[in-house]
Ligand binder design. Structure first.
Ligand code: CP3
Length: 375
């Protein structure tokens, strides 16, 4: 077998080809459910330090590829290395998740590095080194994915200081400093566009943009009536003069579209997946038309069969097995895999979970999932 890009099935699907059975990878596939990850992790330092250690990051990225032969590897890092590179204090508290010094006003914002500051990319240099080494070490047929967080999700961590869906940025908006949130989003668009370009130049075949907090953004009620009530009480009245644009477009899809256009201006053939978690059936349907992404990552809350019926047959999807179904295993797992296959038969689809795999998932269930998929 030649080791050309054409052997990379995930990349081929992202280019529009339907492959049966679909190629597969899992969000958070390098992680604590794997004993070898826990062993590597026990020997090393803080989680963030590990993200900047190419030796560690390469090793743990390769672990799930060696064990399961996934069709794609995703760079081991975190969406919060970008706020860290901008000069914000970021810590990971064992058992609690990320903690940042909240950006609670213009003074704190003023202390962040400007978008053009070269210190941002010297800080992130180990990530590019990891990508470069990964492309050299991975099997030729494995697609290498880079990633970053979407501006809204990263901004909400930066402003809120933590991951709880407490709508801190939205609250800042409601309190009237829309301009501040806009400048933060703008800075993230600029920095992360360059960040993705650098990952692609270092050897990533494609990139995924994680909009994990899309579900906190209110959406205009679609004709189908599918609407998920947003958490909190942000209304469109918080967005004066922009009544025609709902919050999902204003704060999520439009900034992502700007990033995608910016990446393509530098890397014309870049393949980009957008995962807008919690945006509902209607929100998922808007991702590709409104952002220009090559594929929409589908969360577990969406009925994939219904979504696929609404989307053009040429739209590339990815997802969406429920991580709890993977924990459950057995017949329920087989049925879950079959449902994804049935919903996407003959269509361009990348098999994945509908959110990240959780630490309590038995490794044997991942094996069973893949055996069912590849049978
Ligand atoms: O998917 C992969 O295997 C690649 C690596 C990856 C990590 N984080 C490693 C990680 C990716 C793509 C991410 C993205 C990420 N990080 C997101 C978007 C995806 C999503 O889950 O919605 C978000 C919101 C974050 C922020 C973050 N990082 C949180 C909320 C947490 C704590 C939750 C947890 O599982 O502990 C992290 C920590 C984190 N990022 C871990 C890993 C493997 C666990 C840290 C550890 O090993 O102790």
């Amino acid at each position: 077998m030649s080791e050309g890009k054409s052997d990379r099935k995930v990349l081929r699907v992202l280019e529009g080809e339907a492959i049966g059975p679909p190629p597969a990878w899992m969000m958070r596939q390098a992680g604590r459910y794997l004993p070898e990850y826990r062993a590597s992790r026990a020997e090393a330092g803080s989680f963030l330090d590990l993200c900047y250690s190419p030796d560690f990051a390469v090793e743990v990225t390769l672990q799930p590829i060696r064990r399961f032969g996934f069709d794609a590897a995703i760079l081991f890092s975190d969406i919060l290395v970008v706020p860290h590179a901008l000069g914000q204090d970021v810590r990971f508290v064992e058992g609690e998740g990320p903690r940042l010094d909240p950006l609670n006003g213009r003074d704190a914002f003023g202390r962040l590095r400007e978008a053009g500051d070269p210190a941002i990319f010297s800080h992130l240099a180990p990530v590019f080194e990891t990508v470069k080494r990964l492309r050299a070490e991975l099997p030729g047929e494995t697609t290498l994915l880079g990633f970053c967080g979407a501006p809204w999700t990263v901004a909400s961590y930066m402003i809120g200081g933590r991951g709880t869906p407490d709508l801190a940025p939205a609250r800042a908006l409601a309190e009237g400093d829309t301009a501040l949130v806009d400048s933060l989003i703008d800075r993230l668009v600029t920095v992360q566009t360059a960040y993705l370009v650098r990952q692609l130049e270092a050897g990533a075949d494609a990139v995924q943009i994680f909009e994990s907090h899309a579900g906190t953004l209110p959406r205009a009620v679609p004709a189908s009536g599918d609407i998920v009530e947003p958490v909190g009480d942000v209304t469109e009245s918080a967005l004066p003069g922009e009544a025609a644009m709902d919050a999902l477009t204003r704060w999520s899809l439009r900034p992502i579209a700007r990033m995608i256009a910016g990446v393509r201006a530098r890397v014309p053939h870049a393949k980009i997946i957008v995962f807008a978690r919690g945006s509902g059936l209607d929100g998922h349907g808007r991702v590709v038309p409104e952002t220009g992404a090559d594929a929409v990552g589908v969360d577990w809350a969406v009925d994939l069969k219904v979504l696929r019926r609404q989307l053009p047959a040429t739209t590339v999807t990815q997802g969406n097995l429920h991580p709890d179904t993977l924990i459950e295993g057995g017949d329920a797992l087989d049925a879950g895999v079959d449902a994804v296959l049935e919903a996407t038969a003959g269509l361009p689809h990348v098999f994945n979970l509908g959110h990240g795999i959780t630490p309590q998932t038995p490794v044997a269930h991942v094996e069973r999932m893949l055996a069912r998929l590849r049978r």
